[in-house]
Design a protein around this ligand. Sequence first.
Ligand SMILES: Nc1nc2c(c(=O)[nH]1)N[C@H]1C(S)=C(S)[C@@H](COP(=O)(O)O)O[C@H]1N2
Ligand SMILES: [Mo]
Length: 352
Amino acid sequence: MIVHRTDPYNAEPPPGALVGQVTPLDTFYGRNHGPIPRMDAASWRLRVDGLVDRALQLSMGELERRFPEREVVATLQCAGNRRADLLEFRDIPGQEPWGPGATSTASWSGVGLADVLAEAGLQAEAAHIAFTGTDVSQEADPPQAFGASISAAKATSGEVILAWAMNGQALPVAHGAPLRVVVPGWIGARSVKWIQRVTAQVEPSDNYFQTVYKVLPPEADPAKADPGEGIILGPVALNCGILRPDRGAQLPSGPTEVIGYAFAGEDRTVARVDVSSNGGSTWVQADLDAPESAWTWQHWRTILTLPAGERELIARAWDSTAAVQPESPATVWNPKGYANNSWARLHVTCHP
Ligand SMILES: Nc1nc2c(c(=O)[nH]1)N[C@H]1C(S)=C(S)[C@@H](COP(=O)(O)O)O[C@H]1N2
Ligand SMILES: [Mo]
C-alpha cells in the first residue's frame, strides 16, 4: 500500500493492484479521519430515530433475523481520489495527495437500508437520512464522531446497504465493523463506517464532515467559507484512472498494453473510453468491460504502439448521458481538492 498517513491511517493500493473487478480486502484503500474504534459487537446496538413512526434499537442478531440479507457489488471512490494531479496545478495545503487508487470495489452484504427504514415507518417530512459513526475526529471543528447524510430518495432506493460483510468475509474493523453504510454511486464520505445511529430528518446532517465535502470556488478560503457556500458532494462525477503501465515507467518502444478503470457515478454507466499517446491529437477507443451494474467501475484496455522517447498517455471516459471528462485539472481545481475528474494522464519513457 502507498501510506499517505499512519495516524489516522490513510492508504491506497498501487494502481496496478486495481486491475481486478473486485478488490481483495488487503488491497482496498483505507480513508480515516480519526482513530479506528474497536467496538464490542455483542453490546452494540443500531439506533434508528428521528422522523419515524417507531424508533428502533437493533442488535446484530435482530438485524440478521428481522430483515432479508441483501448484497450489492459497489465501487467506493473517495472525493479526494486523484488529488495529486490537482496539486501539480496549484497547492492544496493539509490534504493527502491521493493518486488514482483512492477507489476500490467489493461485494457488500448486510441489510437494505430501505427495509430498515420501512420497518421504522419513515414519515413524509423526512427528506434526509443522517448517519453517525463512532470514531471521534480531531480534524473536525469541534472534534466529533464522523457523520454524513444522504437524501431520503437515495436512502430508500434499494441499493444502499448496512453492511456486515465484504467479499464474503466478516467486515474488517478497518472498513467499519460491526456495521457500515454503503452508498453506491456516491462519494465514499457518505458511506459511514462504525455506525451507531440512523436519523430521519428535514435538513441534511450538520456533521462537520457533511459540510466540508464540497467544491468551493477557486478563490474561496475553506477556513472562512460560509457553511452554506459551495457544492455539497453526493453522487460521484464521471472519472477514470490509468492502472498500467506505471507512472514514469521505462518501457521498450513498440506495443504496450494500457489498462485502466472508469466509473460514471450514481445510476450512470461508462459508454466509451478513448486513449491517446500524442497529446490528444488522435485517439483510439479502448475495449471496455460491459457494466456489471451502475454501481461498479468498468475496466478498459488497449494496445498502443509507442515510438522511442517520452510519451504522455491520456485517457478520457464518456458516460451513458454522453458527458465526457474535462480536459485539464486547471478547469476543476478547487481549494480542498475534491472531485478531480479531469482526463487521466501519465508519462512513460520508451527506449529504442
Ligand atoms: N466513521 C467513518 N466513516 C467513514 C470515514 C471516516 O473517517 N469515519 N471516512 C469516509 C471516507 S472519506 C471514505 S472515502 C470511505 C472510505 O472507506 P474505506 O476506508 O473502507 O475504504 O469511508 C467513509 N466513511
Ligand atoms: Mo473520502
